[in-house]
Design a binder for this molecule. Structure first.
Ligand code: ASP
Ligand code: MG
Length: 399
């Protein structure tokens, strides 16, 4: 019986981009195991290998069959897992690599965006008991029809978090090229600060409005299953990272002074839609048939409706655009993005909404729309003004 605490470490594409980086990870995990832990390492495809594989398939045909695409894309992570296991064994430790299916990750049959329905990590448990470091190919599973499936772009986080739950891991560490979770994108907002910790409810709200540090469904899983997460920078021993506590919203209700945004986030790829309510039914129907999109915000008034749609995970943006305009007589613009202030109860405070709005007015930024949710206030902004708007709203974070 394996009594050592289990740690899951997940390394993203840029962290495993070269053989040198893989060798450095091999050394680290061997050391960590020597400290008395059972180690499971989940890996992404090396660098932009997934994009390269996609590109090759699309050179043959613009719409490759989804089943074959999953067979193809799953090889990216398999390459990494085998190379890392080879590197670990070179350092004299015992290791074994497993595909998603060998790891017991069972999914539905939705190719290219499968959902995990159960995790049966028996082989991983057996190998941990034998003292091996287990390397798992992220982003993939096997459907109940015994077909290889993939979990959607960025899905290796999901693999790591699902395994952390199934193995009752002590912690799940997600390594990438960023140092943790920031109050805004540090490339856009120079005064952005790293958060030392936040709750999974807060992280989930951020992810749902476009923060891509961690996969949004993976966060949801961690939140539901109370899994402690650490987002850290790989290849940087000094990185303290961000601790994502497995709990809900901190209670600021009695401390009004604390009411301020936690972070400002923008989704990478969005569509801003506008339509007459006459075509609302047809439009929602068209939206329902578009795969891999997320409706972030929507508002309907007498005669008119507007919406912001996250299309980051959507392989074919033009198809969504044409479905929404052709079948449903709407306008779908890709030059508008959300700039969202996330924080507990922000949307319940008229003073806070007014303050955010005033910051934009100071810089002569006129949002196309404002969407208010209990814990998020979203401004729809012309994309050339997004950096300016992000900086303006970020001012509200400072005490
Ligand atoms: N390799 C996949 C992707 O690029 C999955 C992942 O990295 O998490 O989306
Ligand atoms: Mg990722």
């Amino acid at each position: 019986m394996n009594t050592r605490p289990v740690i899951i470490q997940k390394y993203g594409g840029s962290s495993v981009a070269t053989l040198e980086k893989l060798e450095a990870i091999a050394q680290r995990v061997v050391q960590k195991q020597a400290e008395g832990f059972g180690i499971v390492v989940v890996v992404s495809a090396m660098g932009n290998a997934t994009d390269e594989l996609l590109k090759r398939a699309r050179q043959i045909t613009p719409e490759p069959p989804a089943r074959e695409l999953d067979m193809l894309l799953s090889t990216g992570e398999r390459t990494t897992m085998a190379l890392l296991s080879i590197a670990i064994q070179k350092h004299g430790a015992m290791s074994i690599s497993f595909t998603g299916s060998q790891s017991g990750i069972v999914t539905n049959d939705s190719h290219s965006n499968a959902r995990i329905i159960s995790v049966r990590p028996y082989r991983i448990q057996d190998e941990l008991e034998r003292g091996k470091i287990v390397i798992v190919a992220g982003f993939q599973g096997t459907s109940y029809k015994n077909e290889i499936t993939t979990l959607g772009r960025g899905g290796s986080d999901m693999t790591a978090i699902a395994l952390a739950g199934a193995l009752s891991a002590q912690a799940c560490e997600i390594y990438s090229d960023v140092d943790g979770v920031y109050t805004a994108d540090p490339k856009v907002v120079l005064s952005a600060q790293k958060l030392d910790q936040l709750s999974s409810a807060e992280m989930l709200e951020m992810a749902q409005h476009g923060a891509k540090v961690l996969h949004d469904e993976a966060i949801l899983y961690a939140h539901k299953h109370q899994i402690a997460l650490y987002a850290k920078k790989s290849h940087d021993a000094s990185s303290t990272g961000t601790y994502i506590r497995p709990d809900g919203w901190p209670d600021y209700a009695l401390e009004q002074a604390e009411l301020r945004p936690l972070a400002i986030v923008t989704a990478k790829k969005t569509l801003f839609a506008s339509l007459d309510t006459d075509s609302l039914q047809a439009w929602l129907d068209a939206l329902n048939h578009c795969e891999h999109i997320k409706l972030m915000d929507m508002a309907v008034t007498a005669g008119h409706a507007i919406a912001l749609i996250d299309i980051w995970n959507c392989p074919d943006e033009d198809a969504v655009k044409s479905a929404l305009t052709r079948h449903a007589h709407g306008i779908a613009r890709s030059d508008v993005k959300n700039v969202t202030a996330v924080g507990h109860d922000l949307g319940r405070s008229p003073a806070m909404i007014a303050k955010l709005q005033a910051k934009l007015t100071e810089r002569h930024i006129d949002p196309l729309a404002v969407f208010i949710q209990p814990n998020a206030v979203t401004f729809a902004i012309q994309d050339s003004l997004v950096p300016d708007a992000s900086n303006a709203l970020h001012d509200c974070i400072k005490k």
